[in-house]
Design a protein around this ligand. Structure first.
Ligand code: GLC
Length: 416
């Protein structure tokens, strides 16, 4: 928690609400809806211009298997994730929750059950925090597009959206994250976002809200890239596992455990979180490659967790071929993704080194000159095929600066 007397009451409250999130680091995003039955991306209705009459019957043919959400929550837990965010309504407009405002919803149509209630129950059973993704844009509601030019339509549509947000914040107990998406076609005044979020906070005083209702609120949401946002502001990168958010069996280009761990290293170094998506099949089963990779990631985190969860101090570092750092105080964690063999050299570390060891392993030999740290006594092959972490204790706050004795390229920049 940031403890600064100069913070306003609002900022202090934000810092209190964000406390768990700043440490969470890793969450599971779930995109699941009628589009999962078609298996060609969650934008299929829009991209293929499927007429409403043809799309709507998908609401009756969707029969998800009971209990599948328990499987996701267990998987998330085993992967080392600490929270989940599920689509309660995507752009297609179908509600996974029992809404009094439309019968285009899971309780009244094919599934015959409130899938949001089941999700909340499943996540809570595993001790995970609960987030609701909710798309403001709605391709099904008759006023969803004309609200832009017709004031009466806007009034009806905004009442509908605010009413559903109220239902989500009232009927499911404590909600940890409100994750809005796509604000087309209105602007911040049109959506009455300030009023909507004031209602959310009144109903859920501890909730954190993302920035996609066109107000900055509590955290930023870089999508499909990992980059720290403005200094001091919390952020969460959301990433797909293949290249679609919704179930897409034709796309088998899944991220590997090494790529997931590299992403975790990168968010930790920038003080952010990774929200990694799965797109379950219509029956709720998770594609096997995602299961395998998440299990591997969980095993890796069991070994190296502190280098990710607890090491989010920002310091300037240069890219290295062999690996990259995370840091906590004067402890550096060097995550080695390309194992160099018995010796590993890191340039530009400006602090006096006090000790070097393999994380969970033995002390290593090292020698240090002004611009070069050479670590020796390493095995020929990496102890961990995904990434091996080396702990380096230094004096003072870590600084890496390639300079004296090296060729410093003009405009050479630091990276996180
Ligand atoms: C985009 C897409 C959407 C996806 C979201 C996740 O805004 O429209 O399909 O849900 O990103 O961040």
């Amino acid at each position: 928690m940031v403890n600064d007397k100069t913070l306003s009451a609002e900022e202090k409250d934000r810092s209190r609400r964000l406390e768990w999130f700043r440490k969470a680091r890793f969450g599971m995003f779930v995109h699941w809806g009628l589009y999962s039955q078609l298996g060609r991306h969650e934008w299929v209705m829009n991209r293929e211009r499927i007429p409403l009459e043809e799309y709507e019957p998908l609401a009756d043919t969707w029969k998800p298997r009971p209990g599948c959400q328990r499987e996701w929550a267990r998987l998330a837990k085993q992967a080392g994730m600490r929270y989940m965010v599920m689509t309660t309504k995507h752009h297609e407009g179908f509600c996974l929750f029992d809404s009094k405002l439309t019968d285009y919803n899971a309780a009244r149509r094919g599934p015959g059950r409130d899938l949001v209630a089941e999700y909340v129950e499943a996540a809570r059973a595993e001790g995970l925090r609960v987030g609701f993704y909710y798309s403001l844009m709605d391709w099904h509601h008759p006023d969803g597009a004309r609200c832009k030019t017709d004031e009466a339509a806007r009034r009806r549509f905004v009442d509908y959206i605010h009413g559903q947000v109220r239902e989500l914040c009232t009927n499911y107990g404590k909600v940890d994250i409100m994750w809005y998406d796509v604000a087309w076609p209105l602007d911040v005044e049109g959506w009455e976002s300030a009023k909507m979020n004031a209602m959310v906070r009144q109903l859920q005083p501890d909730i954190i809200i993302n920035n996609r209702s066109l107000l900055p609120e509590d955290f930023g949401t870089p999508e499909q890239h990992i980059r720290p946002e403005e200094e001091g502001r919390m952020w969460e990168s959301c990433m797909t596992f293949n290249s679609s958010w919704g179930y897409a069996p034709a796309d088998t280009d899944y991220k590997t455990p090494k790529q997931v761990v590299a992403m975790l290293r990168q968010v930790a170094a920038g003080g952010g979180n990774l929200l990694l998506n799965i797109g379950p099949a219509p029956d709720g089963s998770v594609p096997q490659p995602c299961i395998d990779t998440l299990m591997e990631t969980g095993r890796w985190l069991e070994k190296y967790g502190p280098a990710i969860y607890d090491a989010s101090d920002r310091f300037q570092q240069h890219w290295m071929f062999t690996g990259a750092f995370t840091a906590k105080g004067s402890r550096l964690y060097y995550h080695v993704f390309h194992w160099p063999g018995q010796e590993l050299a890191i340039g530009g570390l400006r602090n006096r080194v006090r000790g070097v060891r393999l994380m969970n392993g033995w002390e290593l030999g090292w020698r240090q000159t002004e611009s070069r740290l050479v670590i020796f006594g390493l095995p020929d092959t990496p102890p961990d095929p995904i990434a091996t972490v080396i702990e380096i204790d230094v004096e003072g706050a870590p600084v890496q600066k390639l300079g004296a004795g090296c060729v410093l390229l003009e405009g050479d920049t630091f990276i996180a």
